[in-house]
Design a binder for this molecule. Sequence first.
Ligand SMILES: [Zn+2]
Length: 103
Amino acid sequence: MKIPKTTKRFCPYCKKQTQQKIKLVSTGAKRGTLTRGSLQRAKQRGLNRGIGNKGKWGSKPPIAKNKRKSKTTKKTNIMYTCTVCSKSKYQKKGIRMGKQIQE
Ligand SMILES: [Zn+2]
């Protein structure tokens, strides 16, 4: 789907319609990689080393959990930046798109 670089839409700070820049932002950074019970933390603590059955930290399934993908498209997150007051508003759009192209 093609997305224009600018649109005219309502700015809640200016309280009127203004020209706004469109920016595609990532769906979110990875958080809490070293939380309790995470594989990364366990490896840093040395829980997957040694002889014998390593249990939970031992062998992995042939296809990793994050690679078992069923969805072919991604949801888009759009950031609108007002050109008048230069304030940004984030909008989480619930539309699934294969590829986003900015014109
Ligand atoms: Zn504004």
